[in-house]
Ligand binder design. Structure first.
Ligand SMILES: Cc1cc2nc3c(=O)[nH]c(=O)nc-3n(C[C@H](O)[C@H](O)[C@H](O)COP(=O)(O)O)c2cc1C
Length: 201
């Protein structure tokens, strides 16, 4: 895991029209970046091309997020999730990243990510979930870009759709919802019914 330091508390908020694009080879080495990437990250084109994508990794990002990203991409699927990146000078910027395999002649030849401005609700939900994971909360997992509570039967997510609708769960709220489920399991009650009653969507 690469640790890029120093970091500052200064965040850059993407403009509505800014789109940060990059492409990588199969190993995650950068092969293309657009102008917004260069300008917002503060790295020069020369510093980026050919380098591993973790050059913009922010130390607040849980390794589990990237494990999930790579697992999803390697299974041939697209990954949408929240990423906090580090600028060259240590500042940060949040993006909603949409990463996908690049396919040519039926073969995966690399990957691409197109990132846009997330809502403030998306940022605070992701920030809270990632902090909890980094603090050692083993009950939170990241699955296909969503923070979910580890549970055999059910998944309560900070889903992108929920975030867009402004529905946001803190780790404490999730725990509060998960607890009755665990009790239900002990009593062998069907979970889906509980979920319908408890969840606000
Ligand atoms: C298309 C694509 C885009 C990526 N974009 C980012 C990114 O914006 N920020 C980031 O930290 N990692 C990004 N990654 C993941 C990195 O390759 C790497 O897994 C991550 O930075 C963690 O690196 P580390 O485990 O060496 O610390 C991207 C990977 C791919 C394939």
């Amino acid at each position: 895991m690469r640790s890029n330091l120093p970091i500052t508390n200064q965040g850059y908020t993407l403009k509505d029209w800014e789109t940060i694009v990059s492409k990588t080879d199969l190993k995650g080495r950068i092969t293309y970046v657009n102008d917004d990437f260069v300008r917002i990250s503060g790295f020069s084109l020369d510093e980026l091309i050919g380098k591993p994508h973790n050059i913009v990794r922010h130390p607040d990002m849980p390794p589990a997020a990237f494990e999930d990203m790579w697992r999803t991409l390697k299974s041939g699927k697209a990954w949408t999730g929240m990423v906090k990146n580090r600028c060259r000078n240590g500042d940060y910027y949040w993006v909603e990243a949409n990463a996908a395999p690049l396919i040519e002649k039926n073969q995966v030849v690399g990957y691409t990510s197109i990132r846009g401005k997330p809502s403030s609700e998306q940022i605070s939900a992701a920030d809270e979930a990632y902090r909890a994971i980094m603090a050692g909360n083993k009950r939170l997992l990241i699955r296909e870009g969503n923070a979910v509570v580890r549970s055999p039967q059910s998944v309560f997510s900070y889903s992108i759709e929920s975030m867009k609708r402004g529905v946001r769960f803190s780790a404490r709220q999730i725990e509060a919802v998960a607890r009755p489920f665990r009790q239900c399991r002990r009593r062998r009650v069907i979970f889906i019914g509980c979920a319908a009653k408890l969840l606000p969507f």
